[in-house]
Design a protein around this ligand. Structure first.
Ligand code: IMP
Length: 205
């Protein structure tokens, strides 16, 4: 069976991406960074999601010699001029060089920054960039998925991860953390990006 490596160590992303790929009838053996030793640490220090996604996919693809896909995701809040954006995972970090912020620290900081901001101004979007990299050809392909919603006043729901408890998704009238895994995986930014990249992957593998 052909192999495809997920260039991430984030267990929540691995779980979601594997389920989405299975739903899309992907016929590859899916590996992730937990299946390899000594993969170099990758600093996600680029200025765009796309650049970060390409960087992760190239490091892992060149190291393993296998086709791989990476995911870089951010939550862009209009009232904050797009923050936390590309810094979503490090939003509440107190130091640039030490990553300690938990999912909860990050969404609590976001709620604090939006204190007193009325509902209609709390618009936001999740953007997910997926990069597919073929090391033998040194070729990268990127596709993007986006979903629009609102940042709630308090966290609601126990499912999902990251900012899901504070991201209200109008078509379902729920936060992403109130959706079941199956429901989220049929509408999410990640699902939309993966669906697009699968069309590319199928041409090459
Ligand atoms: P990165 O793509 O690893 O840089 O992740 C960015 C951050 O965005 C993560 O640490 C999470 O906090 C958040 N994030 C990524 N994907 C999702 C999602 O599907 N729902 C909620 N938060 C997410």
């Amino acid at each position: 069976m052909k192999k495809l490596v997920l260039a991430t160590r984030n267990k929540d992303k691995i779980k979601e991406i594997k389920k989405i790929l299975t739903n899309l009838k992907c016929e590859f053996e899916i590996l992730s960074l937990t299946d390899f030793d000594n993969i170099p640490e990758i600093e996600e220090d680029a200025e765009t999601l796309r650049q970060n996604a390409i960087k992760k996919a190239k490091v892992v693809g060149n190291f393993t010699g296998l086709p791989c896909i990476s995911d870089d995701t951010g939550l862009f809040v209009d009232y904050l001029n797009g923050l936390p954006g590309v810094r979503s995972s490090r939003y509440a970090d107190e130091r640039e060089d030490v990553h300690t912020a938990t999912y909860e620290d990050n969404y609590k900081k976001l709620l604090k920054e939006l204190e007193g901001v009325p509902w209609e101004k709390r618009t936001a979007k999740f953007v997910c960039v997926i990069c597919f990299y073929l090391p033998q050809k040194n070729k990268c392909y990127t596709r993007t998925g986006e979903v629009k919603g609102y940042i709630t006043f308090t966290p609601i729901g126990k499912n999902g991860f990251g900012y899901d408890p504070v991201f209200y998704y109008p078509p379902k009238e729920k936060t992403f953390a109130e959706l079941s895994t199956e429901e989220k995986n049929l509408v999410s930014h990640r699902y939309l990006a993966i669906k697009k990249i699968m069309a590319v992957i199928k041409k090459f593998l």
